[in-house]
Write a protein that binds this ligand. Structure first.
Ligand code: SAH
Length: 301
């Protein structure tokens, strides 16, 4: 990674140094050799695959009903506990090594790299997996779901941002999971909303995020296929689960000029970038191959 990328703007009330014990771990400068389950080579191959553009999306069949009338609660709450994981495998040096690898894999947006460096990913996996938190792999988070691999998190956000210099204003994530990507997004947008359909995961994300006290992130339990019409329009939408198509409700909730990034497909999935050009005009672009858990309707738990 370039040494000169921006220093992350720490907007959490607690500094991440405080959370991660960075100052104490300065000694751990040599990052351990990391084994990657999904290697950089494979990602690079995916990244290099076909790109195509097609004009406006045909109207997709999708649920467009109102989302549950539950107002989302802000994540900011007093620190209850900070998971203490005292291992060089979760040091800031390891996180920097992860960011360096992301840069080598082609992530170029300095703000995305800074956000990836700022968020302690090991706090979003169970303690037994913390030592694997910075390898480039998805990891289980329970309920047959996963925390996405760092590369794809960074890639989707970079694609959504499209090189803009500043912050995005309002972003929606479908599929909170453990809350990691939502935390990264919170570094890059004024307001982030994230929806999860599995209640225990929604609660888990809330617990994971509590210590970070992120004031601009709101979690919502519900069916993300319906979007969040009370809050729309969004200038960015990211789906962290793959449907056979992007739900029409989400297309409708994009701001004009907004961008949506989503994995699409069943077994063979591709990443799609959708732009809303006008009120009734969208374009779609197919990016690299990817692999996500399925987007499912309704709620669970
Ligand atoms: N954003 C996560 C990845 C979570 S995995 C990260 O930071 O790594 C994808 C998540 O999408 C799962 O937790 C799954 O339950 C959720 N999901 C699937 N369909 C959904 C839907 N219709 N609405 C909301 N969440 C959904």
């Amino acid at each position: 990674m370039s040494k000169d990328h921006d220093v992350p703007k720490k907007r959490f009330p607690l500094t991440l140094d405080q959370l991660t014990g960075r100052s104490e771990r300065k000694r751990a400068s040599a990052a351990p050799r990391l084994n990657s389950l999904q290697t950089a080579t494979r990602n690079a191959a995916w990244h290099a695959s076909e790109t195509s553009s097609t004009p406006p999306i045909a109207s997709a069949s999708a649920a467009t009903g109102p989302s549950a009338p539950v107002s989302p609660k802000p994540v900011s709450r007093p620190v209850a506990e900070t998971r203490a994981v005292n291992s060089p495998l979760v040091s800031d040096a390891v996180r920097r090594a992860m960011v360096q690898r992301l840069s080598q894999q082609g992530i170029a947006d300095p703000k995305v790299l800074a956000a990836m460096e700022a968020v302690p990913r090991h706090l979003f996996v169970e303690p037994g997996l913390a030592s694997q938190a910075y390898i480039d792999a998805s990891l289980p988070i329970g309920y047959h779901q996963t925390i996405s691999q760092p590369y794809i998190v960074a890639r989707m956000i970079e694609v959504m941002r499209d090189g803009i210099d500043g912050q995005m204003s309002r972003v929606l994530e479908i599929g909170t999971g453990c809350g990691y990507q939502a935390a990264v997004l919170s570094q890059l947008a004024d307001q982030v909303y994230s929806i999860e359909r599995i209640r225990p995961l929604h609660e888990q994300a809330r617990n994971n995020l509590r210590a970070l006290l992120i004031p601009n992130l709101r979690l919502h339990y519900g069916d993300g296929m319906l979007g969040f019409p009370q809050i729309a329009p969004f200038d960015g939408i990211i789906l962290a689960a793959a449907g056979l198509e992007v739900p029409q409700a989400l297309l409708d909730q994009m701001a004009v000029g907004g961008r949506l990034v989503a994995p699409v497909g069943a077994k063979n999935q591709v990443l799609r970038l959708i732009r809303r050009l006008k009120r009734n005009e969208w374009t779609t672009e197919t990016l690299e191959r990817c692999h996500f858990v399925p987007l499912r309707p309704g709620t669970f738990g």
